[in-house]
Design a protein. Sequence first.
Length: 291
Amino acid sequence: MAGHSAAAQGNGPGVRGARAAGLSNASVALSGEVWSMGNNVAGISEIQQPTVGFYAENRYFSAALNVGALTVALPLGRQPSAAPPADGTAAPQVVAPAARTWARHGVVAFEAQRFGGTLYNETRAGVGYGYRFGQISLGARVDMLQVSIEGLGSRRVALGTLGGQIEILPNRLTFGASLYNLSQTKLASYQDERVPTVLKAGLAYRPNAQVTLLVETEKDVERDANFKAGLEYRPVPVLAARLGLATLTEQASAGIGVAAGAFQIDYAAAFQQALGFSQHLSVSKSWGGRQ
């Protein structure tokens, strides 16, 4: 039914961040940003600075389909610094591009999200952890999800998500996969309604520093597979343009991103022929030196 479909869209994994939205949510292989907490928790392992982000989404100009999310990511443990030269002079300040480092004890993140309006809404609070070793990143998160329907009350359930990423070719090709609601948590006894269980897997390919190509398959165990593709182009490091397509939802998207100092600002719009436009805006800020 239409009501069930709308509910499933809400308590499924959803979209986090306007960058992912501009790529039609082909985001399971992206990493190193606060929105990885929702798109693939393994990706938070590459965050090197404390970061906070706010995300807002409006679907089809309906206030009943608004989404808002606040996410915080905190790297744990400082990275080892280069030892000073034996002659006592200061260590060089320039780090070679290949000398990438990650938070020694991983990254922990927290998320609060709300979807819906007065008649139907969902509130989610989650905690996640990501750790990188070598070319592999692993992550897990646990959510407490509350679903509220006016006149029928509320229901709270817990669910878990696992994610993983591997750099097949360092700085070039990354594979990512995520399993949302691995326990197939039951939401209601009526018609055995459950929170969707969703498997995502995809690739991110970077032929050069300016271009990222993404492909992804998303499969809800009760729906057909959704194939997604995205293109991100950075003419200069502080500016990005994005395009995306998704087959199951028959949706096309586009977006832009701007880096302004410690701030990252992204906007995206998506179009679905039968339902119209959705708009997405996210802002994140990092602070402090590299951990």
